[in-house]
Write a protein that binds this ligand. Structure first.
Ligand SMILES: Cc1ncc(COP(=O)(O)O)c(C=O)c1O
Length: 514
């Protein structure tokens, strides 16, 4: 399939038609008291609905999404979000409910939340759940605050250190630091935790060990029961990062493996939209050690009625407005109910099969540093490309030109020039075969074209270092960095961070063509 991304020279809404005579005069609602009414007209561009719809549709065409292409972003479980969940979550009975309206009028939603908590408790084997955490990273932070409270309550005040394997996702040490802990990295041996090194690091200062299983190399930590035993003997908490739950759904769970607490990324495993800091959602499931510290409010069932209770004196308190992102929980609930127990098992079987099929096929072309059979994702090394003056980053950028999203690159860090690929269960064999063909076209392309990629996207290769350092996230930032740049993409000097992102800087597709 040939891919050419749309490339609109799309102006800002302000540039299409700025407010001619001071802006839009919104209809005055009669019930707004005069002293609260706006004195000046609202300075908004004066556009018709159609103009606005076209603007945003064009912008969306210059983007990647799961509904246009395969998204093999390792560790992110980018699966299709079923339409039925969207339809149900947008019904007035969900979307228009006010979080603080009387409980008697929200019994249906409370019942759904309660059932979801029970279901996730069963899936994880950790029966006490909160659905208030907004994402995986938020779950990590909340759990570590609960861990601190647990140790404090036992008078165990020396426990200030969190241990993590060198395959840990970056949010793990970041959350630990935010929760006030210091961190120490435990090296891996053949991609899994080095038990000896862990034993050597555990002490009366250890508050928790954070681990994901299968880990970010796609490997199941087979010594998990020994790990759990060592961590608990040292008096520490064992934390499960549930980002990789898709690999073990219905097969095993963190409770069985000895974990005390697990975050789940509902936007990964349970197919709700990914947040990117926005409306993601998570869950935190805990066992007996930590249950008293769960955030409030909690949903309590009394007879056939549900109510929201703050009556948990050892709770760490509130971590989110109201009861969290309820619309997203509902989407995940629909996913769970639609699949049922057997369906969830098939989800993980299919995800693991996809990963092994793709891993075997691509492993014929680039080294796979770990054992051949993996779980839901696998790692390749782009190190041999260096002989041709090419890096993993170039390969990832070239793949974009094939119309697929790039895999995760340079993570996990223990593999040189790593690429991490995760093909969730929603991808068919045909999709995977098309990806293999695209991957090989990219791999075998000339160094010149690999360096110049992406060539047929709306945006060329950005200066990632500058983009990260000099963040330009709004029109105002752009105006500050390079006055005038926000008004005319084609002619203005590029501000830092978007140096090569302006359409005028896009490499000519013919450059370096074979
Ligand atoms: C292994 C792992 N842990 C934690 C996270 C953080 O999760 P979230 O993005 O939901 O905050 C991720 C995200 O990709 C991850 O892959």
């Amino acid at each position: 399939m040939t891919f050419r991304q749309a490339r609109w020279e799309e102006p800002l809404l302000w540039e299409i038609r700025p407010p001619a005579d001071g802006g839009v005069d919104p209809a005055q609602a009669p019930e707004v008291p005069p002293e609260l009414r706006r004195r000046k007209a609202l300075r908004l561009p004066e556009l018709s609905e159609l103009e606005v719809a076209r603007h945003f549709t064009r912008l969306s065409q210059m983007n990647f999404g799961i509904e246009t292409s395969f998204y093999p972003l390792g560790s992110c479980t980018m699966k299709y979000n079923p339409r039925v969940s969207e339809v149900l979550a947008r019904r007035a009975g969900v979307a228009d409910v006010h979080p603080y309206q009387p409980e008697s009028s929200t019994q249906g939603l409370l019942a759904m939340l309660w059932e979801m908590e029970q279901a996730l408790g069963k899936i994880t084997g950790l029966p006490h759940t909160t659905l208030q955490v907004a994402a995986g990273a938020h779950g990590e932070y909340v759990a570590l605050r609960m861990t601190a409270a647990y140790h404090r309550d036992r008078g165990d005040t020396k426990r200030t250190e969190v241990l993590l394997p060198d395959t840990a996702h970056g949010t793990n040490p970041a959350s630990a630091a935010m929760a006030g802990f210091t961190t120490r990295e435990i090296p891996s041996k053949n991609g899994c935790v080095d038990l000896r090194a862990l034993e050597g690091a555990l002490s009366e200062n250890t508050a928790a060990f954070m681990l994901t299983n299968p880990n970010t190399a796609g490997l199941f930590e087979e010594q998990i029961l020994e790990i759990s035993d060592r961590v608990h003997s040292a008096g520490a908490i064992l934390y499960y990062d549930g980002a990789n739950l898709n690999a073990i759904l219905g097969k095993t769970g963190p409770g069985k493996m000895g974990f005390d607490v697990a975050h789940l990324n509902l936007h990964k495993t349970f197919a709700t939209p990914h947040g990117g800091g926005g409306p993601g959602d998570g869950a935190l499931c805990v066992g007996e050690r930590l249950k008293d510290y769960l955030p409030v409010p909690r949903i309590v069932k009394e007879g056939r009625k549900f109510h929201i209770s703050y009556d948990f004196p050892r709770s760490i308190g509130k971590v989110k407005t109201a009861y969290g992102n309820v619309g997203l929980v509902l989407r995940a609930y629909v996913f769970l109910r639609a699949h049922g127990e057997e369906g969830l098992r098939r989800v993980s079987e299919r995800a693991v099969l996809n990963s092994n099929y793709l891993g075997m096929r691509l492993g014929e072309h680039l080294p796979r540093p770990f054992k051949p059979l993996v779980k839901h994702e696998f790692v390749l090394s782009g190190a041999p490309l260096k002989a041709r003056g090419v890096r993993t980053l170039d390969l990832a950028k070239r793949l974009l030109d094939e119309g697929v999203h790039a895999p995760t690159v340079y993570f996990p860090t223990l593999v040189e020039e790593s690429l991490m690929i995760e093909p969730p269960e929603t991808e068919s064999k045909r999709d995977l075969d098309e990806f293999v063909a695209a991957f090989l076209r990219a791999l075998n392309d000339t160094p010149e074209r690999l360096h110049a990629s992406p060539m047929n996207l709306a945006v060329g290769r950005v200066d990632e270092v500058r983009a990260a350092r000099d963040l330009i996230l709004s029109w105002r930032d752009m105006e500050k960095a390079a006055p005038g740049a926000g008004r005319s993409h084609a002619t203005a000097a590029s501000p830092p961070g978007v140096a090569s992102a302006a359409p005028s800087d896009i490499p000519n597709p013919s450059v370096g063509a074979k």
